[in-house]
Design a protein around this ligand. Sequence first.
Ligand code: ARG
Length: 430
Amino acid sequence: MKLWSKGFEPDKMIEQFTVGKDRDLDLRLARYDVQGSMAHIRMLESIGLLESDELEVLLKALGEIAEVIERGEFVIEEGVEDVHSQVEFMLTAKLGDIGKKIHSGRSRNDQVLVDLKLFMRDELRHIAGAVERLFNRLLALSEEHKEKLMPGYTHLQVAMPSSFGLWFGAYAESLADDMQMLVAAYNIANQNPLGSAAGYGSSFPLDREMTTRLLDFGTLHYNVVAAQMSRGKTERAVSMAIGAVASTLGHLAMDVCMWMCQNFGFVSFPDELTTGSSIMPHKKNPDVFEIMRGKCNRLQAVQNEIALLTANLPLGYNRDLQLLKDIIFPASTELIECLDMADFMLQHIRIKSDIVEDPRYDYLFTVEEVNRLVLEGMPFREAYKKVGLEVQDGTYRPVREVHHTHVGSINNLCNKEIADKFASIASRMK
Ligand code: ARG
């Protein structure tokens, strides 16, 4: 049975191909579909397209459907195309003709848009929550381990002293940048498309400001065509934010894999958080961080997939857009899983002390020596040459002390400032 049934049923193969995974994916939209319908019918009543007793009956029935959804018992029945059809069928099955009234001035095109925007708004809040938890973990680790030095590398060659305070704090502050992207995506999602109907508005005097208020959208997509164009554009913004977080997290995962390698041996995890080999009895592998790295790399491809799916589509609704759900829904879930896993693993990370005492890291301290000579009055280029020659003839002896006091350096991490910055960005996602 179709909402658009006109006396014939489409071929089964056609139906399966076009409905695709919607009956499954749309389950995640069900609660938002009901919210959208509640706002729409309240508005219809306010402009005289529904009687107030009809509104009451409809709101009650929708409320009951919402309870079924919250109990996890909502299903999209065999032969029903999508969540929008299922909700409407449930209403008409219960209420007859009154149920058939709710779709005045609305199309599934703006209905699915509303659902998606409400959904993405919530997903972004969840992602932001997981980012914030990881941020706090990283910053706490930065404070806890700020005295522990580690080698800093350039070109993957031993370069200058770094520290676990810097390393953890760097990923925390990087997440603050990603948070900006999440906030931007949130603001793009937080606009009401309802009333754009099929994509060109309606001859009913729809009160779009009212539905904007009822659905707690920050503003509306005023132009009805722009509203429709936001399908795909919103997903793209979300995928860019997802990609930004994934890039930070994937990078962190790579570092951990490397620092866990015996050649570095800077960090380790309790045995039960590592994985083994079927042949080599000694193995304690970093599979968690490898899977995380792989997933995060794939998540950075999502924005390309969306860009290609939506590139050069004709203006207005096109069914291609349905496929966006299958890209963005799992991406968001997977990112949250990766963030939660990173937070869990980092709770148990063990950091090696005295790493830089190892003679292989002697040259980390050459610049410290150059700078010491400069402070004693020697011009920089001369000091550089002096230490360089000592390195060359084997007489260089490192002094393993660092006094880095400027803002953002080893002995002045500015973690409080970083925390304040993060909080101020995060507060913009209300
Ligand atoms: N499942 C469809 C989607 O996600 C719902 C909108 C259908 N609209 C249409 N004109 N066929 O896009």
